[in-house]
Design a protein around this ligand. Structure first.
Ligand code: GLY
Ligand code: MN
Ligand code: MN
Length: 436
């Protein structure tokens, strides 16, 4: 992502904050995994969105129309020894030179410097309640200013969450963001095709996970957007199954929900296919139903249609189909009203997709489902999950879990499926698997 893109975002943010106010946002921290081993560092998405700065121990400050510069970055000072042991970091000079900060200061001096910056500002925007260290520091800085009130300085009188402003910006993807999302989507799609080809009874779920990650990394994407779900047979009925430790068996389906991250932008694809390469009669019937629901939902994706329309379309198709197959009994209308379908389809149709896999942005505005608009990206992922112990249905259906998930961009006159290159019809999947 070019620096100019980050600058554009900061300019937009400054306009929304307004003169006389200030905004703060902290970086993510390094987290300990065990003893002196850390988890891989992943920058806070909001912080990265505005700065492109990929280090911990940093705080970005935005002060519209500040004479000495509007964008201030507190970060770690450059340290030779740290560079030798832990690798490159920008330092104060790098923060201004490579990350376009107007001013940079050592993060260790933040307490002394920041209360000065808060003096005489009206309103402070920050991610309220998200980072308890920042919440506490802010209280301290403001208390410090109040202590000086006899000298004429004023402490900010209002605090506001920066999230509504920032998250509304993040909801609409720019051309530069879409380029990264397309790259994540394409490489993820290819990994799913590869997984179908490499799937064989006797291999373990985690070995398929390894094939997928191998593809991501071979293609230059270092991180997964979320832990991969590789769930065979009944494991697919556990929505967040990530153990991935079972052996694949002919006769079972394999559900894979995996996505790569490309420069902090996620892809999120699910496919479900038979390990043997051929669907059984029951598997095919349920699979076709999920696919019909998914296609009906995708057909709803266009500007000015409410977010909920896709979900409602999927519920209708699912409920009708479940009645037809005998898994639900009664009138379709009543089963929808009483939400009986939730026994087998218990999650919503999808979510916003972007820097976070479950991306930010409101789904409702003034208590109403908001309308879709060009530039939004979302997932469409209906699923059916028939637990093994589900006594209310015929044995033949039990232990089957199916989800089909694509990433969809709302365009000016409809939609574009970013992940359409992974087969999803029964005929396409069987043909691909027979060919191997
Ligand atoms: N992979 C997480 C989800 O599909 O929502
Ligand atoms: Mn998803
Ligand atoms: Mn998913």
């Amino acid at each position: 992502m070019k620096q100019s893109e980050f600058k554009k975002r900061r300019t937009q943010l400054m306009q929304k904050i307004g003169k006389g106010n200030i905004a703060l946002i902290g970086s993510a921290s390094v987290r300990t995994r065990n003893r002196d081993v850390d988890y891989p560092f992943r920058q806070d998405s909001d912080f990265y969105y505005l700065t492109g700065f990929n280090e911990p121990d940093a705080l970005a400050v935005f002060i519209p129309e500040r004479e000495q510069g509007e964008y201030i970055l507190f970060c770690r000072e450059f340290d030779e020894k740290k560079a030798l042991w832990e690798g490159a970091h920008a330092g104060l000079e790098g923060a201004t030179k490579h990350f376009a900060a107007d001013d940079s200061f050592p993060i260790d001096d933040v307490d002394e410097i920041l209360s000065g910056m808060l003096e005489n500002k009206t309103k402070v925007f920050y991610p309220m309640g998200r980072d308890s260290d920042l919440d506490l520091s802010l209280q301290e800085w403001i208390r410090h200013i109040r202590d000086k009130s006899r000298s004429g300085v004023q402490a900010p009188a209002e605090m506001a969450s920066i999230e509504p402003i920032l998250h509304e910006m993040r909801l609409f993807k720019s051309a530069a963001e879409l380029e990264l999302m397309r790259q994540a989507a394409t490489i993820t799609a290819d990994a799913h095709v590869k997984a179908m080809k490499l799937c064989k009874a006797g291999r373990f779920e985690y070995q398929i996970e390894a094939d997928i990650i191998h593809h991501f990394m071979s293609e230059g994407l270092r991180a997964v957007a979320y832990p991969s779900i590789v769930a065979s047979g009944k494991n697919a009925c556990t929505l967040h199954y990530t153990d991935n430790h079972d052996k694949l068996k002919n006769g079972d389906l394999l559900l894979i929900d995996a996505g790569a991250e490309c420069d902090h932008y996620a892809a999120d694809i699910t496919r479900t296919f038979p390990i043997s390469g051929k669907f059984s009669e029951e598997q095919a019937q349920l699979y076709q139903l999920v696919l019909d629901a998914q296609l009906a939902a995708i057909a709803q994706i266009k500007p000015n249609v409410p977010w909920n329309a896709a979900h409602d379309a999927s519920v209708e198709v699912m409920t009708k189909g479940l009645v037809k197959l005998g898994l639900l009994k009664g009138s379709v209308k009543r089963l929808i009203k009483s939400e009986k379908y939730k026994q087998f389809y218990m999650h919503r149709i999808g979510h916003w997709l972007g820097m976070d896999v479950h991306d930010v942005g409101d789904y409702k505005v003034n208590q109403e489902w908001r309308d879709l608009k060009a530039g939004m990206v979302l997932t469409i992922e209906p699923g059916l999950y028939i637990p093994e112990n589900c006594k209310s249905v015929d044995k033949k259906w039990r232990g089957i879990g199916i989800r089909i998930e694509d990433d969809v961009l709302v365009t000016k006159d409809g939609h574009e499926i970013l992940t359409s290159s992974v087969p999803k019809t029964i005929a396409e999947i069987e043909a691909l698997m027979v060919a191997n």
